[in-house]
Design a binder for this molecule. Structure first.
Ligand code: AMP
Length: 439
């Protein structure tokens, strides 16, 4: 199938061809005609499926072919949960819309509001925003949403998890009721269905891949290891397998900082990206990683949400996430757009129940591979994982996410996770037995 048959304008087809895309991904093939027709859409698609272009292309088409609004009020609004995702979506809008005379702006917290106000004043057709900062602009009278024709809620499940529902409802009250609404979510939870019932009128429902499945392009592997030897094993694997670019997930910001420090001491250039970092520091870390001047990027779940890094062959779960769906999101950073990826999890005796939950969700067993020299000590007893109750499972997502809620605005609930301890960091190192790792 080719993009030519979807009904997009020649200028968009040219921009698509500049990107080297040959054919639409399944979500694009299904969503683009629906959005062009003006219908509401409820789509289940994870990052890595090409979902951004699936809504950006038809929005650009509809705005550029409709009657021009001289006042340059916002006509399309795209809401995202995180700053990183907002920045990436806005980059995509600029990339695909480069031959069109439409203006785009992106607003998110953690950076000065002044330049955003100046840009909004000049007039924008498409606005990409995180909810908190958008409401700051509304409060200051620097944005007018009364002419919005198209609204996208991107990664709506994550926005709900992060407690944005009230902000979203406030924003929606400021828009005309007769707009087109597109809701994208990795999972269709009960809350997402309720939100969709509320916001969407007679939507087309698209589900491209089963929501909780791992990409077939990603090879998964578990290395069982003692909790206090994880860092040592990670350094060994990165060095021994000569990994040049690896994204490592930890459960907490504190755990991310501590691990980064230790890896740095081991001689691996490392940066961190999490909710306690300023937007500037996060952007710098990400671009150093993309450039290749940083070899290891240590991230928490919320900060890494939506990250789109070309050529990311390796993802490591230094800690398993408490919520099994986060595992799918994490490993979805690699193996994107058809390339091969590898996801390695370092799993201690404390995390066996988390691993079982992940395997149950994936409906598959992940192969175990004990690295020689790092055999787990059977005498070590499991310790509880912070934030996980065996009786209740993971704590409610909204509380869990406070571990790393990005500081998008002052309305966010106070962060409760600053004292949370990572489960797996340690004082180490123990004597190292450097034997050949398999593989
Ligand atoms: P997304 O799921 O929107 O985060 O997109 C994932 C990646 O796929 C991005 O790097 C896009 O540039 C890329 N991509 C999107 N659509 C296509 C396509 N039709 N062909 C090849 N790559 C694509």
């Amino acid at each position: 199938m080719s993009f030519d048959t979807l009904g997009l304008s020649a200028k968009l087809l040219r921009a698509i061809s500049d990107e080297g895309y040959e054919s639409p991904t399944p979500i694009q093939a299904q969503a683009i005609p629906t959005v062009l027709s003006g219908r509401d859409l409820l789509a289940s698609a994870q990052t890595g499926t090409g979902k951004t272009a699936a809504f950006t292309l038809p929005i650009l088409h509809n705005l550029s072919t409709g009657s021009r609004d001289k006042t340059r009020k916002v006509r399309a609004l795209i809401l995202t949960p995180t700053r990183e995702l907002a920045a990436q979506v806005s980059d995509s809008v600029s990339t695909y819309g480069k031959y069109l005379p439409l203006r785009t702006a992106v607003v998110y917290g953690g950076v000065k509001i002044g330049p955003q106000i100046a840009k909004l004043r000049r007039g924008v057709d498409i606005l990409v925003a995180t909810p908190g900062r958008l409401l700051d602009h509304v409060g200051q009278g620097t944005v007018d949403l009364s002419s919005v024709e198209m609204l996208v809620l991107d990664e709506a499940d994550r926005m709900l998890d992060m407690g944005f529902i009230h902000d979203i409802r406030k924003i929606i009250d400021l828009m005309p009721a007769n707009r087109q609404t597109l809701l994208f979510s990795a999972t269709f939870s009960r809350q997402i269905k309720a939100l969709a019932d509320d916001l969407l009128q007679n939507p087309e429902v698209i589900e491209v891949a089963r929501s909780n499945t791992a990409s077939e392009n990603v090879t998964q592997l578990v290395h069982p290891v003692d909790r206090h030897r994880k860092r040592e094993l990670l350094s060994f694997i990165i060095g021994h397998r000569n990994w040049k670019r690896v994204l490592v997930f930890t459960r907490t910001k504190h755990g991310a900082n501590r691990l980064a420090e230790q890896l740095q001491k081991d001689g691996l250039s490392t940066a961190t990206i999490h909710g306690d970092k300023s937007q500037g520091a996060r952007s710098r870390a990400l671009s150093a990683f993309k450039r290749g001047s940083v070899r290891v990027l240590v991230a928490t779940d919320v900060a890494a949400r939506g990250l789109d890094i070309d050529e990311l062959p390796h993802v490591v779960n230094f800690d398993l996430p408490n919520v099994p769906e986060d595992y799918v999101h994490r490993i979805g950073r690699t193996g994107r757009a058809g390339s091969e990826g590898e996801a390695v999890s370092l799993v201690s005796v404390d995390e066996q129940h988390l691993l079982r939950n992940i395997e149950r969700l994936l409906k598959q067993d992940i192969p175990r591979d004990v690295v020689p020299g790092y055999e787990p000590d059977p005498a070590i007893a499991p310790e509880p994982i912070p934030g996980f109750s065996h009786r209740k499972g993971p704590r409610r997502a909204s509380r869990r996410d406070r571990f790393d809620a990005p500081r998008t605005n002052s309305r966010r609930p106070s962060r409760g996770g600053s004292s949370a301890r990572g489960a797996s960091g340690s004082k180490m190192p123990l004597p190292v037995k450097r034997s050949e790792a398999r593989r």
